[in-house]
Design a protein around this ligand. Structure first.
Ligand SMILES: [Zn+2]
Length: 395
């Protein structure tokens, strides 16, 4: 079984927007109230639990927060359950200590599957009826929950679906490995020699982005105009992000379907020095998103993902004989190995090295696979030389 979430923009009217804001408010109030109670009870020597806090809130809701009754009871309930999860993650050292939710930044509420229904490109929400979605749900399977959230004055629903493992992921038994070199020249180069152009938001959008961020920096802090400019910028970032995100989903899904071992780099820093700050930060965001997608898609598809650390010299090592050259300037797209005289395309050679590294580290790491978790994190004291170049293996 694997969980997948699909985030879809909602097409709403004013009445619906008001309801969403109210329900998010109820969720935020409940979360913050419960966090405050948790801290008080803990300091008084108690052992707070989310279940007890939910009961406690229910008993005082009618008198203390009557407005909460105007929205789905899921909003406050699920928020307190999420606080329970946040504490669980904190105690397991997976996350920081929970913080209070803030208006605008944390406007969201969650519905359990008995509280809503999805039909084509509509979702039915308690007290509200059918709300239109900009697209229909991408996944089929048992619907688990839905979270409605606000981002830059738009509302979205993220629907979580439980899916059976796909046929492709099971058919993936034949041992095929691939290395992926990310860059600005091509978004990705595979060790098979294939290049993926990747997501490129139109030039017009990019120049608008530059203009808007320049304008924002000139506005007075705290002024109304600054807030307006901020919002405009957030919307544009969102639009560009969407174009990229969609294209990346296609690429990452294809990779986990076609290969069972994938080698990538931790962070792409090479080739970026020449670029202006903005295009660089955007590229960074793209690479992070690419890795994030692979990190969750690979384990559930039974694919091993090996992440090489940023000091691994994937470009400067000959993928044929292993010779490491001293320097390789950014402009050198091709080079010849002085030892074995193999002619290399810079990016393909890097991708091939990442493939070798991925294969050799999955063989030597032989960690037991636990679903979705990092199998082994190898620090620089790794037993094998190869391993010191790897920071994490997923799947
Ligand atoms: Zn060589």
């Amino acid at each position: 079984m694997m969980l997948r979430a699909h985030k879809i923009e909602l097409r709403i009217n004013n009445k619906q927007a008001t309801y969403f804001a109210k329900a998010s408010g109820a969720a935020r109030k409940a979360y913050n109230w419960a966090l405050d109670e948790w801290q008080k009870q803990y300091q008084a020597g108690g052992h707070p639990t989310e279940a007890a806090l939910r009961r406690q809130l229910n008993s005082i809701k009618r008198t203390e927060f009557p407005w909460m009754l105007e929205v789905t009871k899921n909003a406050p309930q699920m928020a307190i359950m999420q606080l329970g999860d946040a504490f669980k993650n904190f105690f397991a050292k997976r996350a920081k200590y929970p913080t209070f939710r803030k208006k605008w930044r944390d406007d969201r509420f969650t519905l359990t599957n008995d509280q809503f229904a999805v039909n084509e490109s509509r979702i039915r929400i308690p007290h509200l009826g059918w709300v239109r979605m900009r697209e229909s749900l991408r996944y089929t399977g048992k619907i688990v929950s839905a979270t409605i959230s606000r981002c830059a004055h738009k509302w979205f629903v993220s629907i979580t679906v439980e899916m059976k493992k796909t046929a492709t992921s099971i058919a993936n038994e034949n041992q095929v490995a691939v290395g992926v070199d990310l860059g600005l020249h091509h978004f990705a180069t595979l060790s098979t020699g294939e290049t993926i152009t990747g997501p490129k938001p139109q030039k017009a959008l990019m120049s608008r982005l530059r203009r808007l961020s320049r304008r924002l920096s000139r506005k007075l802090k705290g002024s109304n105009n600054r807030n307006k400019a901020k919002l405009k910028l957030a919307r544009l970032h969102y639009r560009i992000g969407n174009i990229r995100c969609d294209a990346q989903h296609k690429i990452t899904t294809r990779l986990v379907n076609d290969f069972n071992t994938i080698g990538i780099e931790d962070l792409h820093v090479k080739g970026m020095m020449r670029n202006r700050k903005l295009s660089r930060s955007i590229a960074d965001m793209g690479f992070h998103e690419f890795r994030r997608q692979l990190e969750y898609k690979a384990p559930s598809a039974g694919v091993k993902l090996v992440v090489a650390n940023r000091w691994y010299a994937s470009s400067k090592t000959c993928s044929h004989c292993g010779e490491k050259i001293k320097s390789l300037s950014l402009s050198e797209r091709e080079w010849t190995c002085g030892i074995c005289f193999t002619r290399h395309d810079r990016d393909i050679n890097a991708a091939k090295n990442l493939e070798h590294l991925a294969v050799s580290s999955t063989v030597s790491a032989c960690g037991a696979s636990s679903d979705g978790a990092i199998t082994s994190v190898i620090a620089s004291h790794g037993a094998l030389k190869q391993e010191s170049n790897v920071i994490a293996i997923y799947g």
